[in-house]
Design a protein around this ligand. Structure first.
Ligand code: B3K
Ligand code: ZN
Length: 867
């Protein structure tokens, strides 16, 4: 019996450049479900002076033959994960033939079958499941790829430009592709299948015509125009804002049903999860439309930030991901509402990233130690990474930031580089010293800022004292450079010009020391301070503000984001206050807050989507973030009480607002905003027992617009409305043929707060549309349950945790990457009360003992239990 060695961690500090280069690789695939033959011919050059072994990565491969310069080569050894070749000349041609079995590959990494189509996923380390290679991002080669398959698979695709095509005997055919740009193996892609294709073209700013092609499962063509138009918008935006143009003659996107993430930026051949491509008004919500546009943009933007300039090693992942998220956020903000995009980004930070940063998986945006790289595609690397780029943008300003980008490309095009290289380009181009700022790359945890305010009527000065504190779980962190944006409002709500030492000063304050005192002059009345305007740094601000001050900010701040932020703080303060009172069962919102909400919907004006956000209570996760030990039951009780109170007191206003809003059914931003506000109205209205509302709900559920249908369904489910059952059944009957729509139904089922939730979900495992092998289905059903059905997931009898534990055991064998993502709710087990934390811990211990525990789960379970 072979015992698997304990997984080994790798460290950033141990980085060594490779001792061989692969300059060119010729790949030939003869596709067959159980025995695909991969022939690789590589031009290899030693990069060090002395003779040394060539250690190639390879997992689950059957080696057929190995030749060096045309001769059989026998000086090699095979281990579980490597092919070690000895006695090699300085420069040689290496030919390797191996076999793989795409059909049995359920990990969705390497080459696998999705439905009837072959596809690949190589980032981070999937190429080693295809052939033996130096599977690391700092080995850049040009690729020629020949694909041979049955003619029943008409589309044979790979990176770059198609250079040959032809028929072969036995009903087979081949296509040959050439990618002129050198790339690391993680950007390699292959797709073979029978698709419907939407084609289009784009004229670049320099006048080159680029062919665009979007491949989808047969019958889905009508759901492709939105993704195509998003792609063209992204191409144009990157030219206008970043002066970056596409470089190949063709850009292809393929949508597949079985995919671990949203999408993958393979050079010239993006592969997408079908849910991030397919949309029409009947099947996709406005939110889906927005997500598609942003992900299509994100993958496109990687062509420069990721592909043309890539990462030296995987610890540098944020080099491409943080930067590309920043770019996609800017794309969405330039095209749509900047405030709403900012609100969305900050929600992710506060509800997910802050908790990751405070928990056992805390890591800097440039991690220092990794067991399974796939575990580090995190909200920290991506979203906090984007916040770090955003702070540099704030410190430099758009013009200098763009000069920094230009210098970065001028220096590093075609290279694999580090985060330090990026910051150096920013600093050199702008002349701004970023030495202290760079600590954001190496320090984990969320810093705290304590702010004290003092107004001196006689001197007419206003003083802000700001002190920075290292996160509690990272006490040794050094002081950070924090851009701290503020606004001072006078009593009428007008912005006060900031002056200090008789000069106008910028509203972005530089916090670099432990404490700073900023004294503002000519302040003729006590101001209301808007702090951390636009969330100018990923920090927690500790400050005392009264309801009146927060309402003032909510009404008048120049930043719509800060208005929303003040509203959230009002709600959070109300929840916290209620918790200190003798009985939470009687929790009530202050009438001033109710009146403010009333005013918002009585005469809704301006950005209706922003009003919709202002009406929403903070999520369970954002409230949980306020506590060391999460008071699960109290949060649930209090928020339910508040929502009930809003629904009851504002019922007439909500009804009038709902009925007065006219939805023209279009995808224009104003129509999207109308639907967003109607949806919030419905969310509250479903909580009051009233025949008029029931009619509205039934009508909305019959709409031909999925946003409206889902608004009704989610309102009835969350309100436990008697219409839940009939409306959900009708939805199932209508949509069984469309798995992506059925994911919405699975999610709704999972969110029902009922005594039978656990057995209901287990019964749904048998539903004809459900499939444990498909990450979308698993996340829709069990992910929605563990994240959004707070009451049932956190049942005191531990059955919610048992359900997730069972699933993880099963997924560990099918798809470790998906298992590792699904485990997230357990990572915070120490933050719950005794009963709950013990029950979660028991599930983690059960996993720790599991035979054949994957590296992915091992790393998280270990950290959860012992970090
Ligand atoms: N780069 C991919 C993510 C790969 C995840 C590997 N487990 C998608 C993206 O961020 O664009
Ligand atoms: Zn990305």
């Amino acid at each position: 019996m072979s015992i698997k060695a304990a997984p080994q961690a790798e460290y950033l500090k141990d980085y060594q450049a490779p001792n061989y280069r692969i300059d060119h690789v010729d790949l030939c695939f003869e596709l067959a479900p159980l025995n695909t033959t991969v022939s690789a011919t590589m031009k290899v050059v030693r990069t060090v002076n002395s003779d040394c072994e060539l250690v190639l990565d390879g997992i689950d491969l059957t080696l057929i033959s190995l030749h060096v310069d045309g001769q059989v080569h026998e000086h090699y050894a095979l281990t579980d994960e490597h092919l070690i070749i000895r006695q090699l000349p300085e420069k040689f041609t290496l030919q390797i033939v191996n076999q793989i079995a795409p059909q049995t590959n359920t990990s969705l990494e390497g080459l696998y079958l999705s439905g009837g189509a072959y596809c690949t996923q190589c980032e981070a380390q999937g190429f080693r499941k295809i052939t033996y290679y130096l599977d690391r991002p700092d080995v850049l080669a040009s690729f020629d790829v020949t694909i041979i398959a049955e003619q029943t698979l008409p589309h044979l695709l790979s990176n770059g430009n198609q250079i040959d095509v032809g028929k072969l005997d036995g009903g087979r055919h081949f296509v040959k592709w050439q990618d002129p740009f050198k790339k690391p193996s993680y950007l390699f892609a292959l797709v073979a299948g029978d698709f419907d294709v939407l084609t289009d073209s784009y004229m670049t700013q320099s006048g080159r015509e680029v062919e665009l092609a979007l491949f989808v499962d047969k019958g889905n063509l009508a759901k492709t125009p939105h993704a195509m138009s998003s792609l063209k918008k992204a191409m144009q935006w990157d030219e206008q804002r970043f002066n970056l143009e596409y470089d190949l003659d063709i850009y292809m996107i393929v949508a597949v049903d079985f995919f671990n993430m949203g999408a993958m930026e393979n050079k010239g051949l993006n592969i997408f999860n079908s849910k991030c491509v397919l949309a029409n008004q009947e099947t996709a919500t406005d939110k889906d439309y927005h997500t598609i546009e942003s992900i299509v943009g994100h993958e496109y933007f990687h062509n420069w930030t990721g592909n043309r300039v890539t990462c030296r090693d995987w610890f540098q992942l944020s080099l491409k991901e943080g930067l590309t998220v920043f770019r996609d956020q800017e794309f969405s903000s330039d095209l749509g509402s900047r405030a709403l995009n900012r609100i969305d980004a900050v929600k992710v930070m506060r509800s997910h990233q802050f908790s990751e940063d405070a928990g056992p998986m805390a890591h800097p945006i440039r991690p220092e130690k990794v067991i399974e790289m796939n575990n580090f595609y995190t909200v920290t690397v991506y979203d906090k990474g984007a916040e770090v780029i955003r702070m540099m943008h704030t410190l430099l300003g758009e013009e200098k930031f763009q000069q920094g980008m230009a210098l970065y490309f001028q220096r590093h095009d075609g290279q694999a580089v580090t985060c330090d290289d990026f910051v150096a380009a920013m600093s050199d181009a702008s002349g701004i010293d970023l030495t202290q700022f760079k600590r954001w790359y190496s320090q984990a945890g969320t810093p705290k800022l304590e702010v004290r305010q003092d107004y001196d009527q006689d001197a007419q000065t206003f003083t802000l004292a700001v002190e920075q504190f290292a996160p509690e779980n990272q006490p040794d962190n050094d002081l950070l450079h924090i851009p701290f944006a503020i606004e001072l409002l006078d009593k009428s709500g007008a912005s006060i010009a900031l002056r200090s030492q008789q000069q106008a000063v910028d509203s972005v304050l530089n916090i670099t020391a432990k404490t700073h005192r900023f004294v503002f002059e000519n302040i003729t009345q006590q101001p209301v301070a808007v702090l951390l305007e636009d969330f100018s740094a990923p920090c927690i601000v500790v400050q005392q503000s009264s309801v009146t001050e927060l309402l003032h900010i909510m009404r008048y701040a120049r930043s719509d984001f800060s208005r929303w932020d003040a509203q959230q703080r009002l709600f959070i303060a109300a929840v916290k206050q209620s918790m200190t009172e003798p009985t939470v069962q009687e929790a009530r919102l202050d009438e001033q807050i109710i009146n403010a909400l009333d005013a918002l919907i009585t005469a809704p004006e301006g950005d209706l989507a922003l009003i919709a956000e202002l009406l929403k209570l903070p999520s369970f996760d954002s409230l949980a973030a306020e506590y060391v030990v999460i008071p699960v039951d109290d949060i649930i009780t209090i928020t339910a009480r508040f929502e009930q109170q809003i629904a009851q007191q504002l019922k007439p206003a909500l009804l009038t607002c709902y009925n007065s809003l006219v939805d023209d059914g279009s995808t224009r931003a104003d129509a999207v905003a109308v639907r967003a506000l109607k949806q919030v109205c419905l969310h509250y209205l479903a909580k009051v027992d009233c025949a008029v509302v029931t009619d509205i709900l039934i009508n909305a559920a019959k709409s031909e617009n999925m946003t409206n249908v889902l608004a009704a369904l989610s309102a009835v489910v969350k309100a436990n409305h008697p219409q839940s059952e009939p409306l959900l059944s009708a939805f199932d009957a209508n949509w069984r043929h469309d798995v992506l729509v059925m994911d919405k139904w699975f999610a709704l089922q999972a969110m029902r707060d009922s005594e039978t939730s656990i057995t209901d979900i287990e019964a749904l495992y048998q539903h004809p549309s459900f499939d444990f092998g498909n990450p979308n289905r698993v996340r829709a059903l069990v992910g929605s349950f563990s994240h959004f059905n707070t009451a049932q997931f956190h049942r005191l009898d531990g059955q919610g945790y048992r359900l997730l534990g069972d699933l993880l055991v099963k997924l560990n064998a099918i798809n470790p990457q998906n298992a590792s993502r699904m485990i997230t709710p357990f990572m915070a087990w120490r933050r719950y009360d005794k009963v709950r934390s013990k029950a979660m811990q028991a599930q983690l211990q059960r996993l720790a003992k599991l035979d054949g525990l994957s590296d992915d789960l091992f790393e998280k379970v270990e950290k959860a239990l012992h970090a």
